[in-house]
Structure formats: C-alpha cells, structure tokens
Design a protein around this ligand. Structure first.
Ligand code: AMP
Ligand code: ZN
Length: 448
C-alpha cells in the first residue's frame, strides 16, 4: 500500500516491520466533544488498518488520550482540561473521563475500529520523565532559568523536515511556545517539563521539581514505548504538522539515534459550510447532531469516503442527507441481490484503496457496479465494505404501515392542498414520531 508521506513529499510504500504494521495516531484532547472534523482524522487510521488487512497484514495501533499538558493557543497558557473543569465545576479527571467516554462512543457509531491501546498522558508521567532525563543526558535538553526543562532545538539537525519550517526562518513571538523571557536559550526551544508555578492540580514531582509534561513529549514517550521504538505509519490532522509533529520527531529521533517514523500521514481539514470546522469558528457538528436528525451516522462516513483524505472537504447538511439516501438504497439493493456472505475481490477497487486511499474512486466504481448487468454485485459490494465499513449488508427493517399512519398521511396531503401549513407541519411531527420520514417534492409528499 502506498501513502503520501508529508516528510518526503511523495508517495511511499508502507512496510511492516516484523510482520505487524505499527501505527500511531494522535488522539483527542478530552476537554470537549470531538467534532466530526476530528473524527474524519481518526477515521484515517481506521482506513489504513482496514486496507492492509485486505493483504492479511496485522496492525498494532496506539492512540493517546491527552488529559494533561495541552495548552490553549493563546498567550494565557491555560491548560484546556483545567479550564473546562472550572467551567463545568468538576475535577479535571472527571472532565477527561467524561469526554473520553463520548469519544469512544463516537468512534463506534462511525465503525472506526478500536486501537490496541489508548494510553492516558496522566498515567504515563514516569515514561515521559525518563525520556526527558535521557534527552538531558544526551545533551538535547536543558533546565531553563525558570526550572522548566526545554528541548534544545538547535542541537537537532533536520528540524523542520516535515513542515518546511526551518529554525532560521522561525520568528520569535510565535504563540506561547516562543516567549523570549530569557528562561530558554533559543526562541524555538519548547518545554518538555513545565514547572508547576501557581498550579496546584494535575502536577507531579520530578527530578526538576513539581510540574507537568509538555504536550509534544507525550506522543514521543508513548509511541517509542508501546511500539518498541519504531512507528511504520504516523497519523494526524494537517495542523499537527507543526509544531507538534516536528517536535515529536526531534524528541524521538534524538533518543533512539535514528529516524523513528517511516511515513507521516496527514489528513486535510474538514470544512463546514466553507469554513474550517472548529469551536472558535462556531460551526461545530457532532455525531449526536446527526443522530438527532434521524440520519444514520454511517452516512457521515460515506460523505468522508466520497472525498480523498488529503483534500479539504466542505461538508453540508445536503451532502449528509444525500449520503443517507444512497446508503438506504444500497442496503435495500443488497437485500434484493440475495443473502450470500461471499466476497469477490475487485482488482480495480483493491488497487484504488492501496493507492493512497483513493476512496472516491471506489465509490464511483460501486455506482457503476450498481447500474451494471453483473450477477455478483452483492459479493463485490461485500468486498468494498471490508474497508468502507458502511454495514452495506445490514437488512432494511420493514415495518407495517398502520391505519393510524395512513390516516395522518392522508390528512397531511389534504392540509397541504388547502395550504394549511401549520397543520401540515404538526402532522409531519406526529408522523416522524411514529418513525415515518416525510419529504415534500414537486409531485407531493413522499415518505419512507
Ligand atoms: P484535538 O482533540 O484538538 O487534539 O484534535 C484531534 C485531531 O483532530 C488532530 O489530529 C487534529 O489535527 C484533528 N482536527 C482538528 N480539526 C480538524 C478539522 N476541522 N478537520 C479534520 N481534522 C481536524
Ligand atoms: Zn501527537
């Protein structure tokens, strides 16, 4: 399988060391619900796992849970979890566990397979401390004037290879990472262990005094420990290229003495109605919003698959609704096409998956197969669904239309013809509560 490697800026064949593909995906910072943009990135690791499974390659996937150390991007240096704990008036740990649970439920609703481990940052403090000690020992880190431990960026050759942001072009003053108050030697050095200062919650003892870990060291420590010092594929959203992944690479490589990650894969951002989905843009959509509209969450998965992971995609309610209709149609055709559980390999779809996850091509091919005269359509769809994971063989539930429903449908048609819009709306609500989905078209209302 080939994937686009951000570092070499080229497609790269992925290779599993020891017969098991080791993969690391940067996980959520659990201080709020994951929005569907975050989930698009988490789905990327799942698509890679499912594609290599077609060749019977096993995957070991680690995804961290950031419950300490992720600071807000403003100059206030607030820990995201601690700030949310203050807002919700509960402990930081309660915040972290609440949103972690929601994260797992979102993953399962989108058929995103489970990672082999979800290590917590707060439970990996010893691991991070021993890595920091090693970095100091090897001369890559130092204790600054403020008792915070910093990575000495200029000691690491090749800083900037992933993002193109070389040290000599980085200006002082870039966000909170680049205070130049004399505590660190160079403006681009970053904190590995931050001194506690005024903080009293989520702090730990360390050889450098009480404090808490920086965000970047978390992923180095966990990936190097749990994947035995080599990551075949590293996954994250495009915004993590810099500084997060640049710093992670420097830390891991400095400790092991060679390249720790083979392929850096980045998913592009999801836009919603033209703007990057983010809390600050106020255009966040959650899986629960989709479910609340009576839409199968896998319709969202289908929307994502219709776009290549490397392209920015603009999500709209129209595209989600259209995907929902397609999904229903495919499932009902699958029942018409029989009950076989057999799978027929389709070389065209297989090579599309393996060619940098060209899922839009696979979806087009399915549309072609749907319209064709082939007699093994079900088996071909079953093949694709191993990676698409849209539950295409889920039987359509058929329910009786009751007399009461029929009466309401007739009344609504009458209300519409008499332009009694308020009555028509309230009848729609009644029908929806009975499980009927009503849509108005130029030929009158239709329902499913
Ligand atoms: P966070 O929980 O903020 O650490 O983000 C988790 C993951 O979601 C990271 O890999 C981010 O790069 C990714 N991410 C954030 N916003 C978006 C977006 N709008 N579209 C796709 N991925 C995103
Ligand atoms: Zn990370």
């Amino acid at each position: 399988m080939k994937l686009y490697d951000t570092q070499s800026r080229d497609l790269k064949e992925i290779v599993s060391t020891n017969g098991i593909l080791t993969m690391y995906c940067c996980g959520p910072t659990v201080y709020r619900d994951a929005h569907v943009g975050n989930l698009r990135t988490f789905m990327l690791a799942d698509l890679i796992s499912r594609t290599v499974a077609l060749s019977r390659v096993k995957v070991r996937l680690i995804q961290n849970i950031t419950d300490v150390g992720h600071m807000s991007e403003d100059f206030a240096e607030d820990d995201k979890i601690l700030s949310q704990a203050t807002i919700e008036k509960v402990s930081a740990l309660e915040i972290a566990r609440k949103y972690e649970e929601k994260f797992h439920s979102d993953l399962s609703q989108l058929n995103i397979g489970k990672a082999d481990a979800y290590p917590w940052a707060s439970e990996s403090i010893d691991l991070m401390q021993s890595m920091i000690a090693e970095l100091i020992h090897k001369g890559f880190a130092y204790v600054g004037g403020d008792k915070t431990v910093y990575f000495d960026a200029r000691k690491f050759d090749g800083y900037g290879d992933i993002s193109g942001n070389k040290l000599d072009s980085l200006q002082p003053g870039h966000r909170y990472e680049y205070h130049n108050d004399g505590a660190k030697k160079f403006h681009a050095d970053w904190a590995l262990w931050k001194t506690a200062g005024e903080r009293s919650e989520m702090i730990w003892d360390s050889p450098w005094g009480p404090g808490f870990p920086g965000w970047h060291i978390e992923c180095s420590a966990m990936s190097m420990d749990l994947l035995e010092k080599h990551v075949d594929v590293h996954v994250g959203g495009i915004d993590l290229r810099f500084p997060h992944h640049e710093n992670e690479r420097a830390q891991s490589n400095a400790v092991i003495g060679h390249e720790a990650v083979d392929v850096w894969v980045h998913g592009e951002h999801l836009l919603f109605e033209g703007k990057k989905m983010s809390k600050s843009s106020g255009n966040v959509v959650l899986v629960s919003d989709i479910v609340a509209r009576g839409i199968d969450p896998l319709a969202l998965r289908l929307c994502f698959l219709e776009n290549r992971y490397r392209s920015q995609m603009d999500l709209t309610w129209n595209s989600i609704n259209a995907a929902h209709e397609t999904l229903k149609r495919w499932r009902s055709k699958m029942s018409e096409w029989g009950h076989s559980t057999a799978i027929t390999v389709d070389p065209e779809m297989e090579s599309a998956f393996k060619n940098d996850l060209d899922t839009p091509k696979v979806i087009l091919r399915l549309r072609e197969i749907e319209k064709s005269e082939l007699t093994n359509k079900r088996e071909l769809f079953m093949f694709a669904d191993q990676v698409l994971a849209l539950d295409l063989d889920r039987p359509i539930a058929v329910r009786e239309l009751t007399e009461q429903m029929q009466t309401l449908i007739d009344e609504r048609a009458k209300a519409r013809s008499e332009k009694r819009w308020a009555d028509s709306d309230s009848l729609r609500v009644q029908l929806e509560s009975l499980g009927l989905h009503v849509k108005d078209t130029s030929d009158g209302q239709i329902w499913t």
